[in-house]
Design a protein around this ligand. Structure first.
Ligand code: ZN
Length: 346
């Protein structure tokens, strides 16, 4: 266990070997040597030390291909990482193995404004904290569509709106950690008041909270019979209800999704022209509004960004809608633990 005595790489070679095993799974010693460009002798010395530290298991055998089964090494089966994804309204906790496969997972609803995110040193193991859109981007990079690209944007549509920016395989956070805070870009000169104090912010038009506000208004005013029925039966409305009503053809719900997606598309079009990503992934609790969201965003982006930037640009919904955050959290802490030579550890 990494928590047990802070077992971690002692030098950059060991850190590199551990990250290769995390990202590619079990490999033969020859493949490890080839991948990191070190001699087999040197790789064997480092792997033997990692086995002593109980960070890897070197007793495995590759599947038979007819001849002798080659010996393979993998992360130790007892290595564990914990990823925690704290959103404004929910918390997800997952335990993974050394290759960041989910072993167990718990979700609960919270109100983050009422319960401060208290992290205790009493945990007795290294802890990293980052904002949710960044860890969701890391989850996409590790296990999602973004595995195959170096430069991508992850757009989170949830209680709030944000953008994870990954350039050359690295998260770009900015000097104060606020890079990608696109929810407060102004998309209209006038518009609803935003929690930040301005008006016309993207988030004030199209976050989960904004959709709930507009859905309630449409239900109470009688403009949307579908949303009014839903409100009467459950007592509240969420972005999911708007998506369901839009899918059933309710004109007000369709317009809410289309108008919001158009404004989101305008912002993404500007980002695409500015950053030239290889991929845009849209995720978060509000992303599942149905096909019309993605269709409208794609239409605006392909129309408004320069053809050179959009010529080969997939815009997709996240394939990890409920797991991206916790896998990304495990990726963040595993990066920190696997990269730090012991001498640099606190
Ligand atoms: Zn704002």
């Amino acid at each position: 266990l990494l928590c047990d005595g802070y077992a971690r790489a002692e030098n950059p070679y060991q850190a590199h070997l551990l990250k290769v095993l995390r990202d590619r799974g079990s490999l033969s010693r020859a493949a490890m040597s080839e991948t990191i460009g070190l001699s087999r002798t040197k790789v064997s010395v480092e792997l033997d030390r990692l086995a002593q530290l109980r960070l890897i298991n070197s007793g495995g055998l590759a599947p038979s291909l007819g001849g002798r089964r080659p010996a393979i090494v993998g992360t130790d089966p007892d290595v564990r990482f914990v990823g925690v994804d704290i959103g404004a309204t929910s918390v997800d906790v997952a335990v993974t193995d050394g290759e960041l496969r989910l072993l167990g997972r718990l979700s609960d609803s919270i109100n983050v404004r009422q319960e401060p995110d208290m992290l205790s040193q009493e945990l007795g193991c290294p802890v990293m904290v980052d904002n949710d859109v960044n860890i969701m981007a890391l989850g996409e990079m590790h296990a999602g569509t973004a595995r195959s690209v170096e430069d991508f944007l992850f757009i989170k549509l949830g209680t709030s709106i944000g953008c994870g920016i990954v350039l050359q395989g690295q998260l770009h956070r900015g000097p104060s950690g606020s890079a990608g805070d696109i929810g407060h870009l102004q998309v209209e000169n006038l518009g609803p008041a935003c929690a930040c104090g301005n008006v016309g912010c993207l988030e004030a038009f199209f976050s989960g909270a904004a959709l709930e506000r507009d859905a309630l208004q449409a239900a109470r005013s009688g403009q949307s019979p579908a949303l009014a029925d839903r409100l009467e039966s459950t007592g509240f409305l969420t972005a999911v209800d708007v998506g369901v009503a839009a899918s059933s053809g309710d004109p007000v719900a369709v317009a809410l999704v289309r108008d919001g997606a158009r404004r989101l598309g305008q912002v993404i079009a500007a980002l695409v022209s500015f950053i030239n990503p290889a991929l845009v992934v849209i995720g978060g609790g509000v992303a599942n509004l149905g096909h019309s969201l993605l269709a409208e965003v794609r239409s605006v982006v392909y129309q408004r960004s320069l053809p050179l930037a959009t010529g080969n640009l997939p815009i997709v919904l996240s394939g990890l809608p409920t797991q991206g955050g916790v896998i990304g959290g495990a990726r963040l802490i595993s990066d920190a633990v696997l990269c730090a030579p012991r001498s640099a550890a606190p």
